[in-house]
Write a protein that binds this ligand. Structure first.
Ligand code: ZN
Length: 259
């Protein structure tokens, strides 16, 4: 068994739908983008997407691989209970899947769910006041971020209803003392939302580390920024330009994601 095929697979595997192969390519590229950006936590954390046309089926990273080893063909197809449905040399992280599976099950609009433990994201998640509104990116997230209190390492099924209730209809959540979560009707939409939140966290910590008082963003400016940033145009197109540009970079620097 090898981690990565040395034979580049330029066409989808026999018997796989074109829609699934395209979803695998997009998701594998996303794992490489996260790696490129440093949004990685060793072999932990997950990005999941639904398999188009297959109700209740998800794609997830194999447990044990770094993000720069994830490829379109080694992504694992599972159901919402974590049963593996595709041929895989690797297991999945069932504990890590809990957050993703319960949200996919309860949010039909969640095509894609991303969860990170970045230093900036987890750092802000540890602050009593959470996300501060006083920077360019946080101002675009007014009333868009949910919070969920820390109960442990998210392996207890009894936490599921509280996760779902605290998320509500929002697409971003700060898991207090833990990390960040984003979802979207498309992978690029989830990515652009998470990128905005990640940048807000990075800038908040940089500004707060100065020890100087921050210049407040007015409520009016935050409301307007959020409206202009997220409510314009077709939401399904959100993030598409950004993600496509990053995927071109991955095509240049890590084209083996597509095997
Ligand atoms: Zn986590």
């Amino acid at each position: 068994m090898t981690v990565l095929d040395t034979q580049t697979r330029t066409t989808k595997p026999v018997g796989m739908s074109d829609a699934e192969w395209q979803a695998r390519l997009e998701l594998a590229a996303c794992y490489r983008i996260f790696d490129h950006l440093g949004w990685v936590e060793m072999v932990f954390n997950h990005i999941t997407v639904r398999v188009p046309g297959e109700d209740g089926h998800l794609l997830i990273n194999p447990f044990g691989l770094m993000y720069d080893e994830v490829t379109a063909s080694n992504l694992v197809k599972i159901d919402l209970d974590g049963n593996i449905l595709s041929d895989s040399d690797w297991p999945i992280n069932e504990a890590g899947l809990l957050i993703h599976s319960v949200i996919h099950a309860n949010r039909p609009d969640a095509h894609c769910i991303m969860h990170t433990h970045t230093t900036a994201g987890t750092g802000v998640a540890c602050l009593r006041g959470g996300l501060d509104p006083d920077n360019f990116y946080a101002a675009q997230l007014h009333d868009m971020v949910a919070y969920h209190n820390f109960e442990g390492v998210t392996v207890d099924p009894e936490e599921k209803p509280r996760l779902v209730a605290n998320l509500g209809e929002r697409n971003l959540m700060v898991l207090r003392n833990h990390g960040l979560l984003a979802l979207g009707p498309t992978l690029p939409a989830a990515f652009s939302a998470l990128w905005t939140l990640q940048r807000a966290c990075e800038i908040q910590l940089a500004a707060q580390s100065s020890g100087q008082p921050l210049t407040p963003v007015t409520l009016e400016a935050a409301v307007r920024s959020t409206k202009e940033s997220f409510q314009m145009g077709d939401r399904t197109q959100a993030g598409r330009t950004l993600f496509t540009a990053l995927r071109r970079r991955i095509d240049r620097i890590a084209p083996d994601y597509a095997v």
